[in-house]
Ligand binder design. Sequence first.
Ligand code: ZN
Length: 289
Amino acid sequence: SSLLVETLYPAICRHLGLVLPGQSGSVTLADVPEDLTHVQLLTQAVMRGNRRSIPVTVIQCFDEIRKVFAQTREAKKRNFGMGMFSFNSSGGGRCEHCDGRGVLQIEMQFLPDIEAVCDACGGSRYRKDVLEVEYRNRSIHEVLQMTADEAFTFFKGARRVQSRLNALRLAGLGYLTLGQPVSTLSGGESQRLRIAAVLAGAPSEDELPRRRSATSAGGTLFILDEPSTGLHGQNVDRLVECLNHLVETGHSVVAIDHNPLLVAAAHHVIEMGPGPGEGGGRIVAGAHE
Ligand SMILES: [Zn+2]
């Protein structure tokens, strides 16, 4: 872990001319591939953000969905632009009783605050007249209750929506509800949602400035510190699949892990040891493919 996070990561940042706060190091890298343009640490940390941050906003798909609703005949008749289908901005179509959160914070004396479903919108986050606008017989609220898999089928023909939703499916998150606050996702899901954002071409939350123009078409080195920690069976398979998609789109992945499934999926394996901590630090074995 220290080799990757404390040595390789800062060294590549320096090589790319990226400023990393609070980091210094003296290692200089030889033979860095020319086409490496960016580096990113991918963690399992639960995503920052409140109830307004949801999977479709992270992959920048919600704007496209709102555009689809704004183009319906019913929306045009009422003069509703795409801003009306946002639950974030005041003056739009959100429920003003709960400010588009769908829940109300109730202060309890001597006890932690509790959340209760907003009685004005019934938890839908929207005003009644906005919910009356339907696309293929579904309101914007009903769309946000679909899983990524369901929505992918529902938006057949709306290519820009579908291509972004497909990033969630490729990241093994097809079962995720589009409107679920990201703060409720597990560490493993948060990690895969970050990868989905990369696959969708959306900027990541903790993006370092890029040396060249931003590109989703490869060139980034992703560093993962024990990404399979806390994951079991199917979720390790999903992670491996997800990392394979990153590599297929031209990115590179370096991960430290003990999980045999993850190790078996790597193109190159370097075993460090022989012991942990100060007892290690040497290359014990190396294998290619
Ligand atoms: Zn409300």
